[in-house]
Design a protein around this ligand. Structure first.
Ligand code: HEC
Length: 162
């Protein structure tokens, strides 16, 4: 006798919902200090917030500045530094603030989690293979456009290990 077990799909919804909700809950509980808190705490032992607030720099320049401050002695881990850089670039990014880009990206990311959880597994793998392959195109374009920054960063890195 063949016993057919009905697929229990119901709880599969829990996964995307949990993936959506958990990060928000975690950030709301602020288990780790936000970029704003880090700037207020870690960027003020040596100078006031004044030189920070008058600056309007795009993200890669904030990255240079924050890593230079760490070389001066600012007490930030790598992940804290990234949070500070994102915060500074969004709030003090000048005209080219990436705020909209970051929000748009998060929306697409979260939607992809929802849609991906509802698709057939084979389609998901094929799509991810395709997307991985296509990623080379924007990467190559970005490498060309950012060649100046790449040179700066490479020089900075090799300068720092001398
Ligand atoms: C250990 C001391 C110290 C700490 C901590 C520190 N700074 Fe500085 N900061 C300096 C010194 C010294 C200068 C002036 C020399 C220079 O610009 O490198 C400076 C200058 C600056 C300037 C003006 C120069 C520029 O490049 O625009 C900015 C902006 C700045 N700091 C941002 C920050 C931020 C953001 C943080 C927190 C991540 C921070 N600082 C933490 C020592 C510090």
């Amino acid at each position: 006798m063949i016993v057919k077990i009905a697929p229990r799909r119901g709880w599969f919804w829990a996964l995307p919902v949990a993936l959506l909700v958990v990060p928000f809950v975690l950030s709301a509980c602020s288990l780790s200090p936000s970029g704003a808190d880090l700037v207020a705490q870690e960027c003020t032992p040596c100078h006031t917030l004044a030189p920070i607030e008058v600056a309007a720099k795009p993200e890669h320049e904030w990255r240079n500045t924050v890593y230079r401050m760490m070389a001066h002695g600012a007490d930030l881990s790598r992940s804290e530094a990234e949070r500070v850089i994102e915060y500074l670039a969004v709030t003090l990014g000048g005209k080219r603030s990436p705020r909209h880009a970051i929000h748009g990206y998060r929306l697409i990311f979260v939607s992809a989690v929802m849609v991906g959880a509802m698709m057939k597994l084979e389609f998901v793998w094929n799509f991810s293979d395709l997307a991985n392959g296509l990623m080379a195109i924007p990467n190559l374009i970005a490498l060309l456009l950012l060649s100046k920054v790449i040179k700066q960063e490479t020089d900075r890195y090799f300068g720092s290990i001398k």
